[in-house]
Design a protein around this ligand. Structure first.
Ligand SMILES: *Cc1c(COP(=O)(O)O)cnc(C)c1O
Length: 398
């Protein structure tokens, strides 16, 4: 008996919808991870990733695991551990949402002396916030920040941050799991030393792989470490032997079908072109936002710092999170995400990302939300969400 799964439409914070071509790619025969033909697939993946990360970094690879494995890999390679005391330095984590909170946890478990500076969920950091923290706490060797925070929909402006971090002698780690492939991520221009993402959001592939890129400065620090990186699996010097150079050596096997799927996804990013892809995410995310606003949702992120393609929005008063989301799943086969942390039960996270950034995904979802609202006695006028979105489309023809 084949496994039965319902034909869900994934409009939450990830995974995002996967195209039939990407699914098809996974059925190619499995190759060994050192097979020369497999190595060319790895090379092609790397060259696509460098373009999407907008970097010349030689170390641009995949970590085997979801986005969180990228987070863990970036952090454990760069942090200094309290117990080892190579140098008495600390890790500064900028916390303004759920995923930055996870960074604190990962760094602490890995033995770092962690300082967390906090901003209310829904706001972004200013370069000055980081400058003040570096000045106040001293001895910081790593600073981490989330570019697009999925729990709040906040897009963190990155200009000016790396200079402050580097002037203080530290390295900058950036989470771009939600942003890569949907909105500009300019690793070299922004001076980021470690950036990681995930295959399942704007790269429109199944979950299970995490792109990771490390700057020359980051690699130099890793090479100079007196004690090895705490995780063998994520050690950049081990990953390097598998991913770079003319003679590749075994570190772990590769999940070949996932590599094929991601490569197909990356080729589609390449064919579309980054500027067109970003514009598409802005346009359909914007239409979704207009429709949601007309239904009484209120956005958590300020409009000047909002992720275009992921909307975290507070439900209208009287709307029951669980019942409504369940109705959308059951009656419309569509998944939207619930709120995280302080927004649990109060907000939804709706994505128009990857294949989901499409008029034929946005309008039916708005209709579906409107229908379940009406069925649950929430006062909205039939057709208003669609018409607000259509009006947005009219005004944004780019
Ligand atoms: C989704 C996400 C992650 C985690 O990715 P998983 O694939 O769930 O492990 C990390 N950071 C951000 C900003 C995300 O949106």
């Amino acid at each position: 008996m084949p496994i039965h799964t319902p034909p869900r439409i994934l409009m939450g914070p990830g995974p995002s919808p996967v195209s039939p071509q990407v699914i098809q790619a996974m059925s190619a025969p499995v190759l060994g991870h050192l097979d020369p033909d497999f190595v060319s697939i790895m090379d092609e993946i790397q060259s696509h990733l460098r373009k999407i990360f907008q970097t010349e970094n030689e170390f641009t690879v995949l970590v085997a695991g979801t986005g969180m494995s990228g987070m863990e890999a970036a952090i454990v390679n760069l942090l200094d551990r309290k117990s080892i005391i190579e140098e008495n330095t600390r890790t500064l984590v900028c916390v303004n949402g759920y995923f930055s909170g996870r960074m604190v946890d990962i760094a602490r478990r890995a033995g770092a002396d962690v300082i967390a500076i906090e901003k209310p969920w829904g706001s972004a950091f200013a370069p000055d916030d980081i400058a003040k923290a570096l000045e106040h706490y001293k001895n910081i060797s790593v600073v981490t920040i989330v570019h697009a925070e999925t729990s709040t929909g906040v897009l963190q402006p990155m200009e000016g941050i790396a200079k402050i971090v580097h002037d203080a002698g530290a390295l900058l780690v950036m989470d771009c799991v939600l942003s890569l492939g949907g909105v500009e991520v300019a690793v070299d221009k922004w001076g980021v030393d470690a950036a990681y993402s995930g295959s399942q959001k704007c790269l429109a592939s199944p979950p299970g792989l995490a792109p990771l890129t490390l700057s020359a400065r980051a690699m130099e620090k890793i090479r100079r470490r007196k004690a090895p990186v705490q995780s063998s699996y994520f050690d950049a010097l081990e990953l390097e032997k598998f991913w770079l150079g003319t003679k590749r050596s075994y570190h772990t096997a590769a999940a070949a079908p996932l590599y094929y799927a991601l490569l197909e996804g990356l080729r589609r990013v390449h064919d579309e072109g980054l500027p067109a892809r970003f514009a598409r995410h802005r346009r359909h995310g914007g239409a979704m936002r207009a429709g949601l606003e007309s239904l009484g949702f209120r956005f958590i992120a300020e409009s000047n710092n909002a992720v275009p393609h992921l909307i975290a929005a507070l439900l209208p008063v009287g709307a029951n999170d669980f019942i409504l989301r369940n109705d959308i799943l059951k009656d419309f086969n569509t998944e939207v995400g619930g709120g995280l942390g302080e927004f649990s039960g109060k907000a939804w996270r709706i994505g128009a990302m990857g294949e989901g950034a499409d008029r034929d995904r946005v309008l039916p979802l708005l209709d579906a939300i409107e229908t379940v609202f009406i069925e649950n006695n929430i006062a909205v006028a039939p057709g208003q969400a669609r018409s607000a979105a259509e009006q947005f489309y009219e005004q944004h023809k780019d």
